[in-house]
Design a protein around this ligand. Structure first.
Ligand code: PEP
Ligand code: MG
Length: 892
């Protein structure tokens, strides 16, 4: 097998094999861009290493050949004593894992090649500094020596010299430091720092493979759902130096602003610095505009390459580069991560620039991103006196208590306390705290710092590089311009403006929601330029999704008000009105009276009292949804839900008995509660079972629907109610309800003098219903999948209990990667949906089938429902836009 690829041998589509970095280095090499020559060791080699605990047999030989080719190409030898070749050894998996794995730079330096490099570079200080960096990095990543051991020696060297900054150490200081670092290596690992350049290279490659399995890499993969067994490639690349004086430097840039989507490049540049100095945010950086001042020629070349890459990749690119004595080198590029707002804006910009089609633009945004844009924001009109400000690195409005370390962030969040993690800068060790926090704030680094990149990837609010902020970690406090915050103080951080406030700032609806609810014009009127651009982008992409999608989107709504909101957001009907929600609050007693009725006359009276309020509710709903299908579900939950809590009532009655003041009403109530008590109410007397055992209950609801509809028809309107029967498991259940319904509908039609055509359908939410769908379809005008119950009954998971009880353990152990109540379990529950749809339609061609469980608003599940051929998904009003977008994307 070919395990090593020269950069000129690969291309951007080989990410599986070469990793993202390797594939893109190859692509840039193919494009003739200035990439330092090098080669990539494949992910396959890594997988072999991880599986067998040793390198694949042919790897050494192939590395030898690749190295020889590289040496011939650049005309230098690795670790030579004359003008030596040095290489960097970097990780690079298929999916970007920023900073999670290891890198070793300056491989090839040893006691002989330092002399060669001093001659070649003419800069003795630089060379000794490079050598000590190699020993340090190699010692840490390859030999497992604590970073602190080196830091202590470095601090001692500075103290001896009376120096504050590394830069004050001169060549002879650094030369001494090299000897001290070698001693640290010997003491820490029991072996001398390897002088053989090839041994350095081999060990470094192996160490990068190993770093696939560090804790932080695992945590990151779990969070980002990156497969555990993918492995990383290793890129061995000719070193170029950004730290060769004032005409050198290193930088990171994006071809558009990744946090807002604003056109034009965005980047950070550091003069006289090496590699990770920029990303780690340790020193403050220059903007691209400043870079243009400092080094106009390199800046101009960079601009050209940025344009070239964007046109080639037809997307936002993220670039790492180095300038070595005035010569620009590309070290990396990839399609860049971006915020939700940037994703929408950039997608439509690229359409306007004729780089992509609207279909492609739609593929580049997602429902989860749209949902993020709908989150509330800080009220722009509130009193906004910032405590400090930094870079708006990842948008959002986060309010939480300040903590200064990852462990406290984890502990407080676990206790239900939202936190803002405040760090000087973040590094991969902070990952867990960043995941836990609602917001991230740093004092150093820009939009390209580790904190910013990781936060954007997670969709988490972040402000970075708040320079006026000083942290005293020991005292757990921070201050800016004389104002102090202590651990536990509330902070509000605005990731869209970079402002940070003490206390809790009020939040308001997002402008995207204003657009969705009120339309384009009113939303644009109050928006600034960037926001207006975003709103237009969302509008265009949603409109496009609407034009391509084949599934309808309905809403789950129980009141006229919710229905109206859903309609404004684009709902094409109501897929589920849960009528039980009409009996919460004050009206609860009406149901209570039905339950407590002592005689059939009393019950009839109680049922009759239910009719007018229900009719009114249905009228309101049908008014809101005039002309659109409105699915009304008959009462579903077990009756005890309408009665007082059993144990409270028992205590109350027992106390009253003790005091001899018993209330007869309470005793009657308790008797009813006891009679209706069930061990598994979710599997008990509910849904159609209730309808068939409590005479008159469903009949009353059906009559209320029919009368409300009839009266609206008479008023010249267009009501389109559909009646839906819950928890059906057998044809007979549906048959009985249908018979009764037909009688009532005919009666009402006759009495009101109108024709009533009200479809009667069923929910499919039991495996038996799904498996006998071909029978049930005989009497169902439509199917609606209740995937909440169908998930519960297919897995045997009590939907109210299991998530808190053991889902964390199941996710941890990989039984599933996401709760099946959130994203449909395609293999099991999905199979039932598929079977029932196909077999139901065999009996009744064209049978309308939809879904009204929570999954109807879940992006991934929506794609599945489209594939199965459902006619519609129904979800909560706020998810309607998300579902419209995803139903469109599902077609592509
Ligand atoms: C379902 O079970 O998926 C459903 C929509 O009904 P409910 O959630 O009300 O049980
Ligand atoms: Mg249900």
């Amino acid at each position: 097998d070919k395990l090593v690829y020269h950069f000129s041998e690969g291309n951007k589509d080989q990410k599986d094999l070469l990793g993202g970095k390797g594939a893109n280095l190859a692509e840039m090499t193919r494009l003739d861009l200035p990439v330092p020559p090098g080669f990539t060791v494949t992910t396959q080699a890594c997988r072999h290493y991880l599986e067998h605990d040793r390198l694949p047999d042919h790897l050494k030989v192939q590395v030898t050949m690749a190295l020889r080719r590289l040496e011939d190409e650049v005309g230098r030898r690795l670790g030579d004593s004359v003008d030596p070749l040095l290489v960097s050894v970097r990780s690079g998996a298929k999916y970007s894992m920023p900073g999670m794995m290891e890198t070793v730079l300056n491989v090839g330096l040893n006691d002989f090649s330092v002399q060669g490099l001093i001659e070649a570079s003419g800069d003795e200080r630089f060379v000794w500094d490079s050598y000590r960096r190699l020993i340090q990095m190699f010692g840490r990543t390859v030999l497992g020596i604590e970073g602190d051991d080196f830091a202590r020696v470095l601090d001692a060297a500075k103290a001896t010299k009376g120096a504050v900054d590394d830069l004050e150490l001169d060549a002879s200081d650094l030369r001494r430091l090299v000897e001290d670092f070698k001693a640290v290596v010997e003491a820490g690992s029991g072996r001398a720092f390897p002088q053989d350049p090839r041994e350095q290279l081999d060990l470094a490659i192996q160490a990068v493979f190993e770093s696939w399995n560090t804790d932080r890499a695992r945590i990151y993969r779990r969070r980002e759902r990156i497969p555990e067994d993918a492995g990383t490639a290793v890129n061995v690349c000719t070193m170029v130096f950004g730290n060769l004086g004032e005409t050198s430097g290193t930088g990171v840039c994006f071809t558009r602003d990744p946090s807002t989507g604003k056109p034009g490049g965005y980047g950070d540049y550091l003069v006289n610095a090496q590699g990770e100095d920029v990303v780690s945010g340790i020193r403050n950086t220059l903007s691209l505009e400043d870079f243009a001042e400092v080094d106009p020629a390199s800046h101009e070349s960079l601009r050209k390459i940025m344009r070239r890459l964007e046109t080639h990749y037809r997307d936002l690119c993220d670039i790492e580069f180095t300038v070595e004595r005035g010569k620009l080198w590309m070290l990396q590029t990839r399609v860049g991560k971006r915020t939700a707002a940037a994703a929408f804006r950039i997608a439509t910009q690229l359409v306007d620039e004729q780089l992509i089609t609207m279909d492609e633009a739609l593929e580049r945004v997602g429902g989860a991103q749209l949902a993020q844009l709908m989150f509330p924001q800080f009220d722009p009109d509130s009193e906004r006196t910032p405590f400090t400000r930094g870079m708006p690195a990842s948008p959002g409005a986060a309010v939480g208590k300040v903590v200064f370390d990852s462990a406290t962030a984890l502990a407080w969040t676990a206790a239900g306390e939202p936190v803002v993690l405040l760090r000087k800068e973040t590094n991969p060790e902070d990952l867990e705290g960043m995941i836990a926090a609602t917001g991230i704030l740093t004092c150093r680094g820009g939009k390209t710092s580790h904190a910013a990149v990781v936060a954007r990837g997670m969709g988490k609010t972040a402000v970075c590089g708040a320079e006026s902020l000083h942290i005293d970690e020991e005292q757990a406090l921070a201050h800016a311009d004389g104002v102090e915050v202590r651990q536990g103080d509330l902070l509000s951080i605005d990731g869209s403006t970079g402002e940070v406030f003490i206390g809790r700032l009020p939040v308001v609806a997002s402008p995207v929601v204003t657009y969705l609810e009120e339309g384009l014009e009113p939303a644009l009127e109050v928006a600034d330029e960037g926001t207006a651009d975003l709103i237009r982008a969302v509008d265009r992409l949603l409109t496009h999704a609407d034009s391509v999608r084949t599934m309808e989107v309905r809403a789950n709504a129980d009141t006229g008000k919710d229905a109206l909101r859903a309609r404004r957001m684009g709902a094409q009907g109501i897929g589920l009105c849960r009528t039980e929600h009409m009996f919460l609050g004050e009206r609860r007693v009406l149901i209570e009276r039905v339950i407590l009725a002592a005689s059939s006359a009393e019950r009839a009276e109680a049922l009759a009292a239910l009719l007018p309020p229900q009719r009114e509710d249905f009228d309101e709903l049908l008014t809101a949804m005039d002309g659109l299908p409105t699915t009304i579900r008959l009462l579903d939950p077990p009756l005890h839900e309408f009665l007082p809590d059993r144990s409270e009532l028992m205590v109350k009655v027992a106390r009253a008995e003790e005091q001899g003041v018993v209330d007869d009403e309470d005793v009657r109530l308790l008797a009813a509660v006891n009679r209706l008590h069930e061990s598994n109410p979710m599997l008990g007397l509910r849904g159609v079972r209730l309808g068939l055992t409590v005479p008159g209950l469903f009949a009353g609801q059906i009559r209320a629907v029919a009368e409300a509809a009839a009266r609206r028809i008479r008023g010249g309107h267009d009501p389109r109610p559909e009646i839906m029967v819950p928890l059906v498991g057998s044809l007979m259940e549906l048959h009985l309800v249908r018979e009764e319904a037909a009688r009532i509908l005919a009666e009402v039609a006759e009495a009101e003098g109108v024709a009533l055509d009200i479809p009667i359908g069923t929910m499919i939410e039991l495996p038996r219903a799904a498996l006998t769908a071909f029978r049930i379809a005989e009497e169902a005008d439509f199917f609606s999948f209740g995937t909440n119950d169908l998930t519960q009954t297919t897995w045997g998971f009590s939907r109210d209990d299991v998530e808190a009880a053991f889902f964390a353990a199941y996710l941890e152990k990989g039984v599933f990667t996401v709760s099946p109540f959130e994203t449909l379990d395609e293999a099991g529950v999905g199979r039932l949906v598929d079977v029932a749809t196909q077999e139901g339609r065999r009996t009744r061609p064209g049978l309308k089938a939809g879904v009204c469980g929570e999954h109807g608003g879940d992006p991934e599940s929506i794609h599945f429902f489209h594939r199965v051929g459902l006619d519609y998904v129904s979800c909560s009003p706020f998810r309607v836009p998300v579902a419209r977008l995803e139903a469109g994307r599902a077609v592509l």
